[in-house]
Design a binder for this molecule. Structure first.
Ligand code: PSU
Ligand code: MN
Length: 308
């Protein structure tokens, strides 16, 4: 059962999220592209369920966001989550086409950018994901820069991730975030993480080491009237990491495959993730799941700290 959020916009809250909103409980948004385009079934469903469980264990409520048959869902019940994890033709939605999917009654998964828009619309301020989109390698020719970066600069949601994937050009990604005024805060480590690896080789612009300090930083930003989001980069736990040098070998191969297959646009990120999954015999997926779980825990702690 879901409850309509607005008589005009087809937007529905799950019972659990509606109840959390009614009592002002901390809520953590979750994206769905990672479920439909980021991991194969059934690992994607296991991940989605375990991430929700972790958020509940921390005293917050998970709100997985997606568009199902034209309805913007804020929170998915168990049956809807399962259906989405098995859906084949879901659109991959960003700022450009989130409204299109609703208007045309389609089913689509939300990227970081679209999830931020939906979360802000629902009054949710913290969001956990795996990795953000960024500036792709070779962007000087392809102009492939994720809309996630623009969204971070304009929409007031705290995004907890494990850094940027090394399939991207991480120095350029950090430059764009700096230009757009997005705070990049690494959690409890001086090095900016590179998703599967704890260290990208680059120093993080900012560092904080408690959820309370992150909540306080956001409070000061609000008081100052500084709008837009911020990025919290949470390094993957040591026991789950794949070192950078090793990952780089697979990444080069995945990028070669993408070039050979002439992959472009929205298809690039899902293609590379799938290619890496094969090249690492599934190891990249295990690491991916561990880091999303780790991010969900931190995001819930931040949401709880912000509610205090
Ligand atoms: N990083 C991951 N898994 C993913 C994505 C990023 O580890 O599934 C998804 C996110 O939804 C992100 C999107 O917002 O890819 C970025 O896509 P693009 O590069 O096309 O903007
Ligand atoms: Mn792109």
């Amino acid at each position: 059962m879901t409850r309509a959020a607005s008589p005009l916009l087809p937007m529905a809250y799950s019972d659990e999220v509606a109840a959390a909103k009614a009592r002002d409980a901390p809520i953590v948004a979750l994206e769905s592209t990672i479920i439909t385009h980021g991991m194969p079934y059934p690992g994607n469903l296991d991940m989605a369920r375990s991430v929700e469980r972790i958020i509940r264990d921390q005293g917050a409520v998970p709100a997985t966001i997606a568009v199902l048959d034209g309805v913007l869902q804020i929170g998915l019940d168990s049956a809807k989550l399962e259906a989405l994890a098995q859906t084949k033709g879901a659109m991959k939605l960003s700022r450009a086409d989130l409204a299109f999917a609703i208007a045309e009654r389609r089913t689509g998964a939300t990227t970081v950018a679209a999830t931020m828009i939906a979360a802000a619309r629902a009054g949710i301020r913290v969001f956990a994901t795996g990795g953000i989109g960024g500036v792709h390698r070779g962007a000087e020719d392809s102009f492939d820069v994720s809309a996630d970066l623009d969204e971070l600069s304009r929409t007031a949601v705290i995004v907890v991730c494990a850094g940027a994937k090394a399939i991207l050009d991480i120095p350029k990604t950090l430059e764009v975030l700096e230009t757009r005024g997005v705070p990049v805060v690494t959690y409890d480590s001086p090095a900016f993480p590179a998703f599967w690896s704890r260290d990208s080789g680059l120093k993080s612009p900012l560092m904080l080491n408690s959820p309370a300090a992150i909540a306080n930083f956001q409070w000061v930003r609000d008081q100052l009237g500084v709008d837009g989001g911020m990025l919290i980069a949470n390094p993957v736990p040591e026991e789950n990491e794949i070192p950078r040098q090793e990952m780089e070998i697979y990444i080069r191969r995945a990028l070669d495959n993408a070039e050979r297959d002439e992959v472009s646009g929205k298809a690039v990120t899902p293609y590379l993730l799938d290619s890496l999954f094969r090249l690492t015999d599934g190891r990249s997926l295990a690491t991916n799941i561990a880091l999303v779980e780790n991010n969900a825990r931190l995001a819930a702690e931040i949401a709880v700290a912000m509610a205090d």
